[in-house]
Design a protein around this ligand. Structure first.
Ligand code: ADP
Ligand code: ZN
Length: 814
């Protein structure tokens, strides 16, 4: 581009399922304002929408180019590095750039135009016209105010007694008395922070809930309202009542710089870091200082002090004026955890999780972008909040499946953290007690830097794990069928010492199916190829895949026989057994059903924390990250449930689950014990988990994977073909495979398995076929995905059938 030549054209990406950017001419008055990374409004088809500028340039070869309408941001929201990261992500997952934009922003970031009505010149003249009669009155609703939305206009017309306001609007428009205008509304950035402090004494009834709030305010002094509610898990209505009663007071601070008062005492750890911790922090910090991209794998058992390493590295990054991303699985974002972060870094932390409403999310983004907040904590999508100067990315529990998005663009937050780290030239720390096979292998081969925290800091020993063969329970009935004598004794003995017990079973509901003992009939979902789970609590049969509900039949729907039996066990049945067996003990259940109600999860955690629950039954929800001091025994009811999955990761998952659940037993000095019940007592995943031998397990696991050619020794791409009619789906899947054979040289590296019906071959009335592409570990799937996208609809339905990708899949069932 020659000097002085204007950047007359902009390449704009729009948040629609399209792959390319669109070229627009920049009108003279907007020159200099249109820069990469700003949002702009543009005409698109018949609408006006907002999009993101990816590039500006002096020339375009296109004949006919539309004018860009307006610029929304004064400063770029995304840096050019962010934009390259987006392009790279689109390529990596074979997804339309527009989908990536939506995935990487929040709802409301891109707005569509709104249609409004206003008077025309002619309309205004008619309003003045005394002889206009009724029509004059209709038109008068538009005068003296800005354009009205359709619903507002209709409401006003109704108010003056009009019967069919919609048709009147249409008629006035047709007669040229009013016209439609298009406005594009975007959010503005002001932010209010509401704080709570002690009021000037009021007469209010102080319930236990209220007491909790008051106590917290007394302890913390002035505290941000959101933070207070999060910390105490008390509902907003209780707080409102106290404020109205004058016991507490609300203070609103309007500001753009995030309201960080820093009144929370910064709390430094009051212990010496171990040598391993110091070493890990210093190696990571060196990379931060040198703006050097490295991936560190921080491997250490639960309680080995990993979090302390993250916090130390973050502190160093902040001191160097750089920001940090700290990703954790959503479920681990507990008030306890956030409290620890806040005591260390004050309130100047952006916490992003799925329950944050869009308006608050927007406000957080503004703080982040403006550099006010430089520490972001949250689940996978918080990686996309635009820190202006990131210095480090931390991915805790890097092996966790929760990093994989399971709909839309099926990205993996851990993998994208590495991609982003590379783009920005900054270190990425992956931490886990049980690293994924992929990460461990890359650390072993020197691709990642391996940092180990080999022992627990508090010198508490790892729990004793006993394996019990469930085959010995065969033939027994009821409670005794699922709880071995060893486990029963263990529970008795723990309870007698007033210690707490956690029992883990990886299946929710009462029983996974109901069976007619006369004819063998099993009640199944109408829309999915799975059986229905009995939920006693809700008195229904429920499909765990689509949510379909049926009444529990009293007699067999097929043979009218009366002997219908719930077969197998889930959390509800176990809870019922325990309640019957230990009548005077407090039994609770933690799974996605029992925690659905708002606040239920927090209050369960608190009850556990305070030691109010003797026996806690739960799914993997109980396995993650909680530190309940009084739990000394953990029982695993059936370790086989996760082993049985037809998936190459099932051993790894079982090992991880068992390790994680075991980690709940006996922290803080007390030695814990774990009893693992299984039908496969000789399986290496179970034996090695019981012996706390991660490396030995992973060596066996990796040698199996190597033999079978699974990741990390290959890369997988799952192509999923789905539609309402089975023959069409099968045919399309066949065509996809034929296309691959005809366009790529498959004798060399690529290997194609399928097409075949998915293990769950029908879901939500859609038939599903799978094609699995295996390639060498360093393969690039994008040429292949480009071809499939071009021929088969680019992820959109074509003739009722959709062809989608799952790159590096975790879910091979459907
Ligand atoms: P992890 O993240 O590996 O589970 P944490 O960092 O949470 O481990 O540490 C476990 C517990 O040990 C925490 O309560 C923490 O405060 C404490 N801790 C961490 N490092 C040390 C240390 N060097 N000395 C004493 N206690 C420590
Ligand atoms: Zn279903």
């Amino acid at each position: 581009m020659s000097p002085g030549m204007k950047n007359t054209f902009a390449e704009v990406a729009v948040p629609l399922p399209v792959f390319k950017t669109y070229t627009y001419r920049v009108p003279d008055h907007l020159h200099g304002m249109v820069k990469p990374g700003v949002r702009v409004s543009v005409p698109f088809g018949k609408r006006n929408i907002s999009g993101l500028v990816f590039a500006v340039k002096g020339e375009s070869t296109l004949e006919k180019v539309h004018h860009l309408l307006d610029v929304i941001d004064h400063e770029p929201i995304f840096s050019e590095t962010d934009l390259r990261f987006m392009l790279d992500t689109a390529r990596l997952y074979g997804a339309p750039l527009g989908e990536i934009l939506r995935t990487m922003t929040h709802p409301g970031f891109f707005r569509e135009e709104k249609v409004r009505f206003r008077l025309t010149q002619r309309g205004r003249a008619r309003v003045e016209d005394e002889t206009a009669g009724d029509q004059g009155a209709w038109l008068r609703i538009f005068s003296g105010r800005g354009p009205l939305s359709r619903s507002h206009a209709e409401r006003e017309l109704k108010k003056i007694g009009l019967k069919a306001p919609a048709s009147k609007l249409a008629r006035m428009t047709a007669e040229g008395l009013i016209e439609q205008v298009h406005v594009l509304k975007m959010e503005v950035g002001a932010r209010k922070t509401v704080f709570i402090e002690m009021g000037k004494e009021g007469a209010v009834r102080v319930t236990p809930q209220a007491e909790k709030l008051v106590e917290a305010v007394l302890k913390e002094g002035r505290i941000e309202k959101k933070q207070l509610l999060l910390m105490t898990s008390v509902s907003g209505s209780v707080l409102k009542r106290l404020v109205e009663g004058g016991l507490l007071a609300e203070v609103t601070v309007e500001d753009l710089d995030g309201g960080a008062e820093g009144h929370l005492e910064e709390e430094k750890a009051d212990y010496e870091l171990t040598g391993h911790q110091v070493e890990a922090i210093s190696r990571i910090s060196e990379a931060i200082r040198g703006d050097r991209h490295r991936v560190f794998l921080l491997h250490g058992v639960t309680g080995s002090g990993k979090t302390e390493v993250y916090l130390g590295a973050i502190e160093n990054a902040l001191n160097m004026g750089k920001g940090a991303y700290y990703l954790i699985p959503e479920i681990a974002l507990t008030p306890l955890f956030l409290g620890r972060i806040q005591r260390r870094f004050g309130e100047n932390v952006a916490v992003l999780h799925s329950r944050i409403p869009p308006s608050a999310r927007r406000a957080l983004w503004i703080r982040v972008r403006s550099g006010v907040t430089s520490l972001i904590i949250g689940a996978r999508s918080s990686l996309f909040a635009p820190l202006s100067r990131p210095g480090i990315i931390i991915v805790d529990e890097e092996h966790d499946q929760a990093y994989k998005q399971d709909d839309g663009v099926k990205y993996n937050g851990r993998d994208l953290a590495i991609v982003k780290g590379r783009h920005y030239g900054i270190p990425v720390v992956l931490g886990s007690a049980t690293p994924s096979g992929e990460s461990y292998f890359r650390a072993k081969t020197g691709d990642f830097d391996y940092l180990e925290l080999p022992e627990r800091v508090a010198k508490s020993s790892l729990p004793r794990v006993e394996i019990v063969d469930l085959a010995k329970n065969r033939g027994k009935r009821g409670f005794k069928r699922y709880v071995s004598p060893q486990l029963e004794d263990g529970i008795e003995s723990a309870l007698s010492k007033n210690e707490k017990v956690m029992l883990f079973i990886n299946r929710r509901g009462f029983s996974p199916w109901i069976l007619c003992l006369d004819c063998g009939f099993v009640e199944r979902c109408d829309d999915c190829s799975v059986s229905l789970t009995l939920h006693r609590h809700e008195e229904s049969l429920i499909c765990h895949y689509c949510g379909l509900r049926k009444q529990v039949p009293l007699v067999c729907p097929r043979c009218d026989g009366p002997k219908i039996a719930p077969v197998g066990i889930g959390t509800e049945k176990l809870e019922a057994f325990l309640n019957r067996k230990w009548k005077d003990r407090k039994v609770s259940r933690m799974d996605s059903d029992s925690t659905k109600r708002k606040g239920a999860y927090g209050s369960l955690l608190r009850s556990m924390q305070e030691g109010n629950i003797d026996l806690l039954v739960g799914t993997q929800m109980i396995a993650k990250g909680h530190d309940f001091p009084q739990v000394t025994l953990v029982g695993v009811i059936m370790a086989d449930l996760s082993l049985a999955f037809p998936d190459f990761r099932s051993s790894e998952r079982t090992f991880q689950l068992l390790t994680q659940v075991s980690g709940r037993a006996g922290r803080r000095g007390k030695v814990g014990s774990v009893i693992v019940q299984t039908f496969q007592p000789d399986h290496y995943a179970i034996l090695k988990a019981a012996a706390h031998e991660y490396k030995e397990f992973m060596d066996i696991e990796l040698s199996h994977r190597s033999e079978l050619g699974y990741p990390p020794f290959s890369r997988l791409l799952l192509i999923r073909v789905s539609g309402a009619k089975q023959p069409g789906v099968e045919k399309r899947a066949q065509e996809v495979v034929e296309t691959l054979y005809s366009r790529f040289d498959l004798r060399t590296d690529l290997k194609i398995l399928g097409p075949s019906p998915a293990p769950i071959w029908k879901m939500k009335r859609q038939y599903i076929y799978q094609i699995l592409v295996k390639s060498p570990p360093d393969a690039d799937f994008s040429p292949l995905m480009d071809v499939i996208n071009a021929e088969f609809g680019g992820g959109k339905r074509k003739g009722g059938i959709r062809v989608e990708f799952d790159v590096d899949p975790y879910q091979l069932m459907y």
